[in-house]
Design a protein around this ligand. Structure first.
Ligand code: PRX
Length: 635
């Protein structure tokens, strides 16, 4: 448990409390955190049932929580619902119908706005189109698109008819996409012809063609046309989005599904090369994200809310698409680079759309700091009321800059800790809470978290350990797709009865949580989660590489970067050229998301007797730290 001690020591010095303003307190949805949390802890089922009652259901539940097959927990059993009923249908015929649901903007400043009624119409047409392609309840639909209204429309259309969507981040390669499509046996792939980023055009269709070549499951590909170049279309398989929805009716019945019916599968990195298909369901998920969104961001009906994540990650699923739409507010989708063409692009967008809530990642904050205060200072940011952070620990310096320079000491910062697996935010302030720079503060009401030592005992304040969740929560993952064994071994085996998060943390004497990073070989590069094993397997697939060990190194902007130690096959010698080749190869194999900043050629890697690379030892060597217990080392 000697990892990240540096951070712990630094953090223990962060004593200053940032108290909420009178204005924040006045409008806070949760004014008395403690009272609410204590009540929720006494009767979690009553608390979540009350949260569920705020949403629409086709049929009420018999049981709030069924723990009879734990840890395969079930929530709201006996109920029928559909998240789209809450995200769209419920707003029709109310004043929300005319409100802007989505504002979309790209790098070039192109802009679109869709009202709730327009969004509903597009979702219905696409849902009808999918039905025409014989997509049925329970079928999997893979989505490989950029941050455009169409990705939200595609997700909602699937959910509406009970199909299961699986979004693959558009920064993944054809091979990675293929692996995810195969694992879930997706029937349809929805994509676009091209994508745009930072002034570049990306040939998305080509990636998809390569990914589905010879696929046993894919029957159709739907292509949203964005460019004006000719696209090669495969007869009987490929269809343009426009053509598919052209003659479809504007209405489509939302299919009632059981509360436990799967809503989506989202692949995430773990400690092995094979990504895990995390399964989320309609009922509990909608309750969890609705309650957290409204309370943590203190949502008001006219809010313009901007989450800078990509819908390809869980943050985009929960808090760009579903929760904001359920709340009936305006969600901004920005398909661009927040610092392109100039470092104040982000502030221009905030000002132009009068954004009230900005939810972003520490890596972006650190990048913005680097460019200096002059960029935000050029713009009127007075519309901002609340700031959020997610994806990795936010260092106190970045927190203070965000608070002082961007929030002008007016805006509370909600540092929200959660994961793909948790579906919803788990440890976080509510705005009425006193904040500490760099702490995710306290578990959300209804959530119980703890920090354990290797023996599973809770550690005293200030001491680091493993972060666990002590009780089930409605938006929790239900399983790893078609791999119950992996669900059990990854999350429930190490500390029986507790959900193991894979993160390290400590709790201070006020009970505040300080997240320190991962305890396993999962990296968080610029807020993107990627496994060491995934990068290693990408490297080893190059003809020159015999073995590779990948570790994360602290990085001032990205939080972490990957460094690879590579053993070459006989007959190959390391050179600058080969480094570049390997980097290119990784891009192709795993995708631009797996950037490896450093590659070093070595003769040997530290291994256990059973031949497993000891990344912990590699990391200690690299960082000049004590490698700890090395008795397992083979040599
Ligand atoms: O290590 C934690 C880090 O991101 C991991 C989850 O990554 P992912 O499933 O991709 O979801 C990211 C967005 C929810 C966690 O195990 N993490 C996430 N939020 C925070 C964080 N670390 C510290 N502070 C946070 N606020």
């Amino acid at each position: 448990m000697d990892k990240n001690l540096g951070r712990t020591e630094v953090l223990l010095n962060e004593k200053k409390l940032y108290k909420p303003s009178a204005k924040t307190l006045k409008h806070a949805r949760v004014k008395q955190y403690k009272a609410v949390a204590v009540k929720a802890a006494k009767d979690p089922e009553g608390y979540w049932a009350k949260a569920a009652e705020e949403l629409g259901w086709f049929k009420r539940w018999n049981t709030v929580l069924d723990a009879s097959q734990a840890p395969f927990f079930k929530w709201f059993t006996g109920a029928e619902c559909n998240i789209v009923h809450n995200a769209l249908d419920r707003h029709m015929g109310t004043p929300v119908e005319k409100k802007t649901a989505i504002i979309w903007e790209n790098d070039a400043g192109d802009r679109r706005k869709l009202s709730y009624a327009e969004l509903n119409r597009e979702v219905c047409r696409m849902a009808n189109g999918l039905k025409n392609l014989k997509v049925r309840k329970g079928d999997r639909v893979a989505i490989y698109m950029q941050n455009t209204p169409e990705i939200a429309i595609a997700m909602l259309a699937c959910a509406k008819i009970g199909a299961v969507h699986s979004v693959v981040y558009a920064g993944y390669s054809a091979r990675a996409l293929r692996e995810r499509i195969d694992d879930q046996a997706a029937k349809v792939l929805i994509t676009s012809d091209v994508g745009f980023r930072g002034g570049k055009v990306i040939d998305m269709k080509k990636v998809c063609d390569e990914a589905v070549q010879g696929s046993p499951s894919i029957q159709h590909m739907v292509i949203h046309r964005r460019g004006n170049m000719p696209v090669s279309m495969k007869m009987n398989r490929d269809t343009y989005w426009d053509a598919l929805v052209e003659s479809q009716p504007d209405r489509c019945e939302t299919v009632p599904v059981e509360a436990e019916h799967p809503l989506f599968i989202l692949y995430t990195s773990g400690t092995t090369a094979k990504p895990k298909g995390i399964v989320h369901v309609h009922g509990g998920y909608m309750v969890g994200i609705n309650r957290t969104f409204e309370w943590i961001f203190d949502i008001r009906p006219d809010d313009i809310y901007w989450c800078t994540a990509d819908p390809g990650w869980v943050t985009g699923h929960s808090y760009i698409v579903y929760a904001p739409l359920m709340a009936g507010i305006t969600t901004l989708m920005f398909e661009g680079v927040p610092i392109y063409p100039q470092p104040d692009k982000i502030w221009k967008v905030v000002k132009k759309h009068k954004v009230n809530i900005l939810y972003t990642a520490p890596t972006l904050i650190r990048t913005l700091i680097k460019f200096g205060d002059k960029w935000p200072k050029k713009h009127d940011l007075s519309s901002l009321r609340l700031l959020g952070s997610v994806g990795e620990p936010i260092n106190p310096e970045a927190w203070r800059w965000y608070y002082n320079v961007i929030g002008k000491k007016r805006c509370p910062i909600v540092d929200t800790w959660w994961q793909t697996e948790t579906g919803m935010i788990m440890i976080t302030p509510v705005p009425a809470m006193p904040l500490k720079a760099g702490s995710a503060t306290l578990p959300f009401p209804g959530v119980q978290a703890a920090v354990l030592d290797d023996n599973g005992s809770e550690v005293p304040p200030g001491k680091g350990g493993y972060l666990v969740i002590k009780n089930p929560w409605p938006a929790m993952l239900r399983t790893v797709f078609r791999n119950e064994k992996r669900y059990l071994s990854t999350y429930w085996e190490k500390f029986p009865g507790y959900y193991e998060t894979g993160d390290l943390a400590h709790i201070d004497k006020d009970g505040y949580f300080w997240i320190q990073g991962r305890s396993d070989d999962v990296l968080s590069i610029a807020g993107h989660r990627i496994g060491s094993a995934e990068i290693e397997s990408g490297l080893v697939s190059h003809p020159a590489v015999s073995e590779a060990g990948v570790i994360g190194k602290p990085h001032p902007i990205k939080g972490e970067t990957a460094k690879a130690f590579v053993i070459l096959k006989q007959g190959y010698t390391g050179s600058e050229q080969l480094v570049e080749q390997l980097k290119l190869h990784l891009r192709k194999e795993v995708g631009p998301v797996a950037v490896t900043d450093e590659i070093e050629f070595v003769d040997k890697l530290p291994k256990t007797r059973s031949g497993k690379i000891m990344r912990r030892v590699l990391k200690a060597w690299e960082l000049g730290q004590d490698a700890g217990d090395t008795s397992a080392l083979a040599d």
